[in-house]
Design a protein around this ligand. Sequence first.
Ligand SMILES: *Cc1c(COP(=O)(O)O)cnc(C)c1O
Length: 240
Amino acid sequence: MTEKQLIDAERFADIEYNLARIRENIAKAALDSGRSESDIKLMAVTKTVEPVYINHAIECGIDLIGENKVQEYLGKKPSLLPCEAHLIGHLQTNKVRQIVGEVSMIQSVDSVRLAKEIAKRSLSAGITTDILAEINVGGEDSKSGIEWETAEEILAEISEIEGVRLCGLMAIPPICENSLQARSFFSKMRRLFVDIQSKKLDNTSINILSMGMSSDYADAILEGATLVRVGTSLFGRRVY
Ligand SMILES: *Cc1c(COP(=O)(O)O)cnc(C)c1O
């Protein structure tokens, strides 16, 4: 074997090992939260990861990937095995045209303006785009996302836009010192999720609560996440 083949073989083995452990942790947290493993969707976050490794994860059973950047995803897409993909990174309105129709969901919708632009491009492509509303649950200036205080109002407004279908919420809580603190943000999100669900807004199908990453996906599941986004724990440290 060449050196490259040896490195790949090692990384493939790591991905298999990591994936098995992540699935175990998900199953345990699901059980502890009164649900089953099949109630939790695992997304493999593939930013900076080369297609050869993403494809290995897909061959091992990953059926949903998440990418942060439009350009990066579109560049890799032709090399990828068939797999559902979501956009999870901040989206500028001038990139919307390129991504609509290329992913099955945009999780990072953080304004009415962005939702309207996605809707406009979707309608002209003859489709409706599924979206999640990203909530800035920690009120951090450095993060995008809809402000907590205005969330209900904005969600109601977004739900009325033809061309997008609101399917739930996404959040990236602040970096926390302990799991108690992390769980309080996840629990806050869960309350908003249940609240929005109970409003039965027209034209929506609110059933995804996307929260939890490598360091805290078990806590997120314990607090009600239905979709977790895991990168580092699956593929190893990112090299930018
Ligand atoms: C990078 C990223 C993740 C995954 O983070 P890890 O800590 O590597 O698991 C999840 N969600 C979003 C929005 C991200 O940008």
